[in-house]
Ligand binder design. Structure first.
Ligand SMILES: Cc1ncc(COP(=O)(O)O)c(C=O)c1O
Length: 434
């Protein structure tokens, strides 16, 4: 642990010592007035890796040259593409490779997982969710219940933060699981809350859910590629995620699911089926009877888009080269640097919603005029995001952001606050532990 003053010189010192500093050049960075913007939106749409275009072009080329034979022939037959992504993805998710299926998009996958893992029976019908879950999760769960003829108001147990910061204490989650143990069929939470940036303690949530006799699954849109996960060892039943945030696979990228291997051979588990989930060695026999693959790929439905697979693979190659451990190590230092810099701005005009937990994102709730602050930051070249009522979220990421950009952001935020609130004194501390 080293105590660092908040200065530009120390930002430069951290950048010079950063083992990932060259990876920034592997991304296409938006520009503003001829200068690269500081892009802090890993939580929204990650930047485009430079190798994405050529990876997609290679698929187009193969299609042009070989037509449908591209599935089976050439240097990289399309049928091998799925398996080629599982090594890196399983590292990021903490799973066995065969527990992941790359398919569809996130909300579609939530529906598919509910089919398999929500089995209401007798008194055991309830689903525990967070009250401030991402809207698509809420729509998916409610519409799924309605489709089954159940009333979401009766089935859903919404866990509330009980405070204006929207932070939910882990004890409250565990207590709610224990209290409702007899009636709980499923615990379904976002692993890292999209609004506050709070990372839940997924290990203890899995343990308690299993002890309560409930199934447990997570929406990991904001966790995958951002924080360390151990889905297999935690014994989660399922998880799903999108690949366009920290995974940088592009807008509308293909998503993925994790299904714990203890469920793989269970043909009693309900699932919606499609021919791409049929056993690969039998698929082209075109048999009427569905015979699922004996791993997570048994949940696939349709012919996957090779264009989307190519863009995800291109991005995973960058993760592979950078090394997941290096990425996680830089994430922790960068978060400490960002949180410390924000603390120097005091708490008179905003509060930091994000608890002291892992993950790139920080959410700032302004008392007033947050939108004006956001607009000024954008004009100054900083890309962060805006959420009602008065929240600015930002997520500098290890692969393409620098400590200097984070330092510059704190200066720009200070200037924006001076302008909007007419303040001129800063009384907060001026150093942090890195
Ligand atoms: C936590 C979370 N869940 C679900 C979604 C919806 O994902 P999709 O539109 O890919 O289905 C998002 C999108 O940002 C999200 O952040």
């Amino acid at each position: 642990m080293k105590q660092l003053e908040f200065s530009q010189a120390n930002a430069q010192y951290l950048d010079a010592a950063d083992p990932l500093k060259d990876f920034r050049h592997q991304f296409l960075i938006p520009e503003h007035n001829g200068k690269q913007r500081a892009y802090f939106l890993g939580n929204s749409l990650g930047l485009q890796p430079r190798n994405t275009g050529s990876a997609i072009n290679a698929v187009l080329q193969q299609w042009a040259e070989e037509g449908v034979e591209s599935f089976f022939r050439g240097e990289k037959p399309w049928l091998d593409m799925h398996a080629s992504m599982l090594g890196t993805l399983s590292q990021l998710a903490g799973t066995k490779p065969n527990e992941i299926s790359v398919m569809n998009q996130l909300t579609v996958n939530i529906h598919l997982m509910l089919v398999s893992f929500y089995n209401p029976s007798g008194r055991r019908k309830k689903i525990l969710v967070e009250s401030k879950a991402f809207p698509s999760d809420q729509y998916a769960v409610s519409s799924f219940l309605e489709h089954l003829g159940l009333d979401p108001d009766e089935i859903l147990i919404e866990i509330n933060s009980g405070n204006e910061n929207a932070i939910i204490s882990n004890d409250d989650i565990l207590h709610a699981i224990e209290k409702n143990a007899d009636e709980l069929a499923l615990v379904f939470l976002g692993g890292l809350n999209y609004y506050t940036g709070q990372l839940f303690d997924l290990e203890s949530i899995c343990r308690s859910s299993i002890a309560a006799g409930a199934k447990v699954g997570f929406d990991l849109a904001h966790a995958i590629g951002n924080v360390a996960l151990k889905l297999h060892n935690w014994n989660a039943d399922f998880a799903c995620w999108c690949s366009y945030k920290y995974l940088n696979a592009g807008p509308g990228a293909v998503g993925a699911v994790f299904i714990h291997e203890r469920h793989h051979g269970n043909n009693g588990l309900k699932r919606l089926a499609g021919w791409w989930g049929h056993r690969a060695d039998e698929r082209f026999k075109m048999d009427k009877h569905f015979l699922p693959e004996t791993d997570a790929t048994g949940w696939q439905l349709s012919t996957p888009s090779m264009l989307l697979y190519a863009s995800l693979k291109a991005s995973l190659d960058v993760f592979e080269k950078a090394g997941w451990r290096n990425i996680l190590a830089k994430q922790e230092i960068m978060k400490a640097w960002l949180s410390g810099l924000i603390a120097t701005l005091g708490d008179k005009h905003f509060i930091c919603l994000t608890p002291d937990s892992k993950g790139c994102q920080v959410s700032l709730l302004f008392n007033t005029d947050g939108r004006k602050i956001y607009d000024l930051l954008f004009e100054k070249g900083f890309m962060v995001d805006w959420r009602e009522p008065n929240v600015i979220r930002l997520a500098p990421v290890p692969l393409y952001n620098t400590y200097t950009e984070v330092w510059q952001f704190s200066q720009a935020l200070k200037e924006a606050m001076l302008e909007v609130y007419s303040i001129d004194e800063w009384t907060a501390p001026n150093h942090t532990h890195i």
